[in-house]
Ligand binder design. Structure first.
Ligand code: SF4
Length: 516
């Protein structure tokens, strides 16, 4: 054998650089379902189904094309395959197959990159690492951009990408519509009436391959969190493309306007739900951007929606990947506030009186998904205010969300959501009282707590913990210009010593209740 071509579960693009120069008679593809990937963070059942089913579909397509394969399938019983770990399985196969070299696309997870490199070194087999061409911006290009600026902010990176790839630009090199972003138009709420013109996102009935994996997960991984019977995600490139087209036609027109709104019983609203397909690389980000831009050009979707969609894919997604590789491995250890708690128990089962958290957690349990505001401004916000260690919040997020892979989750969860990196991806911590949740949703109307109250039996935990958070971290936050308004309000509140003391006591009681 010439090349043993290793393909990971989040590298399922058929045009991957791993196939450049692939020779059917001399090369083989190697893939493995390993238990370690479902247990190194405690994974939601649907996340395990998604990866294994997508990998099996990908394998079947390669097999139909006549590619030689070495594929390790997990079985319902651990005793028949012993679970294995990636390094042990690869070592055994390389010794048996004796390839001239191992070829792989750079993994999206620093841990996997390290294991792969160490395994090849131990085996004494050359490892050819190829670039991941799925992304608009290579790791090297991002590094050059970062080195060329004092501090590479998302907004300037995004503008560079827009210009470089001529997306939503005029011929004169100006942004279409005259503005680079339309955030101010994208914060509408549903008022009292609730969402209108909602078309449910496309779902897919499990086929025979997925049914087998569902059975495997329901048996072998039965103790894992989340429900498995609602699984309806795309596990093939064809279905991912259908989901994209459905989104562009039915949801994109209102996506931007209601991007930040939340509503009871509506996990998806106008959001695309494409992130898991993108992150497994079933879907090409260029296709998403092209279809969005085409919808705008054809008058099918307004600029605020299309620009918001483009910004998430061409801007934010590329930016956080660049940040991940620029700062790893140190990034994973960052803990700006020295927070030490684990996520509370209700982050696994949704068993809480807080209506907003219960609702968001129900979405996580049912679908392994919430849209970005429930992640950032409900679950993420509560974790930050409660003092959860940012890496533990990232590990929880990695396990519970179907679209979470390491390069996505660390900068988003540890960085953006928890401000664990002290301001690398964001310029301020996202902190707010229950008032924000009340404004953006209908959750507070059915809650036993009152979002206005910071003390007393009915006090909203978000509101109590918000003041306690600012108070505890006053020294660290007081000079942040983006928090000036909030710090001034805290200083006023601190003048009432009795009130502040009651807030501190109530915050302590909440933490005592959650952590014992
Ligand atoms: Fe959430 Fe507080 Fe509103 Fe209850 S009152 S739903 S806990 S923000």
């Amino acid at each position: 054998m010439r090349n043993l071509v290793v393909v990971f579960g989040d590298q399922l693009n058929k045009n991957s650089s791993v196939f450049t120069g692939f020779h059917k008679a001399r090369d083989s593809v190697w893939m493995a379902e390993v238990e370690e990937e479902a247990t190194h963070v405690w994974c939601h059942k649907q996340r395990i189904v998604l990866f294994f089913s997508a990998m099996r579909h990908y394998r079947n397509t390669l097999a139909e094309a006549g590619v030689q394969l070495h594929y390790h399938e997990l079985t319902k019983r651990r005793s028949s395959d012993r679970g294995g770990d990636f390094a042990a399985l690869l070592t055994k196969d390389v010794r048996k197959l004796r390839p001239e070299r191992i070829v792989a696309v750079r993994p999206g997870d620093y841990r996997v990159l390290r294991i792969l490199t160490e395994t090849a070194e131990k085996l004494g087999v050359p490892l050819e690492m190829r670039p991941d061409q799925h992304f608009f911006c290579s790791v090297e290009e991002f590094r050059r951009l970062a080195e060329g600026s004092k501090r590479l902010l998302m907004e300037s990176f995004y503008r560079t990408m827009r210009k470089q790839h001529a997306v939503l630009m005029t011929e004169a090199g100006k942004p279409l519509g005259g503005q680079w972003n339309y955030d101010k138009d994208n914060r509408e709420t549903f008022g009292g009436a609730g969402p209108d013109k909602l078309t449910p996102p496309l779902g897919f009935k499990p086929d025979a391959v997925t049914k087998q994996v569902l059975d495997l997960v329901a048996t072998r991984f039965r103790k894992h969190p989340g429900r498995v019977d609602r699984f309806d995600l795309p596990v093939t490139a064809n279905n991912a493309r259908k989901m994209l087209k459905h989104f562009v036609k039915h949801a994109l027109p209102l996506f931007g306007t209601f991007e930040d709104a939340m509503w009871t019983g509506q996990p998806f609203l106008y959001h695309s739900r494409l992130s898991s397909s993108l992150n497994l690389k079933l879907l090409d980000p260029r296709e998403c951007v092209d279809l969005g831009v085409k919808a705008y050009a054809g008058g099918k979707a307004p600029l605020n929606s299309v620009e918001g969609f483009v910004r998430q894919i061409l801007g934010w997604r590329e930016y956080i990947r660049g940040i991940y590789w620029l700062h790893m491995p140190d990034y994973a250890e960052k803990n700006f506030f020295s927070h030490e708690h684990d996520v509370p128990q209700f982050f696994w089962n949704g068993d809480t009186e807080m209506a907003c958290v219960r609702e968001a957690m129900q979405h996580v349990i049912d679908h392994g998904y919430t849209h970005h505001i429930e992640r950032l401004m409900v679950l993420g916000l509560l974790a930050q205010l409660a003092g959860v260690h940012p890496r533990r919040f990232h590990e929880w997020h990695m396990g519970m969300y179907v679209d979470a892979v390491d390069w996505v989750s660390l900068p988003n969860a540890l960085g953006m959501s928890q401000f664990g990196d002290g301001g690398i991806v964001g310029t301020k911590p996202y902190c707010a009282t229950g008032n924000y949740i009340n404004r953006m949703s209908n959750y507070c109307k059915s809650c036993v707590f009152s979002y206005k109250e910071a003390v007393g039996e009915k006090a909203c935990p978000f509101t109590t913990l918000y003041w306690d958070f600012l108070d505890r971290h006053y020294k660290r936050l007081k000079d942040n210009p983006r928090l000036a308004f909030q710090i001034r309000n805290l200083e006023k509140k601190r003048q009432d010593k009795k009130l502040m003391e009651s807030i501190r006591v109530r915050a302590g009681e909440l933490r005592g209740h959650w952590y014992g």
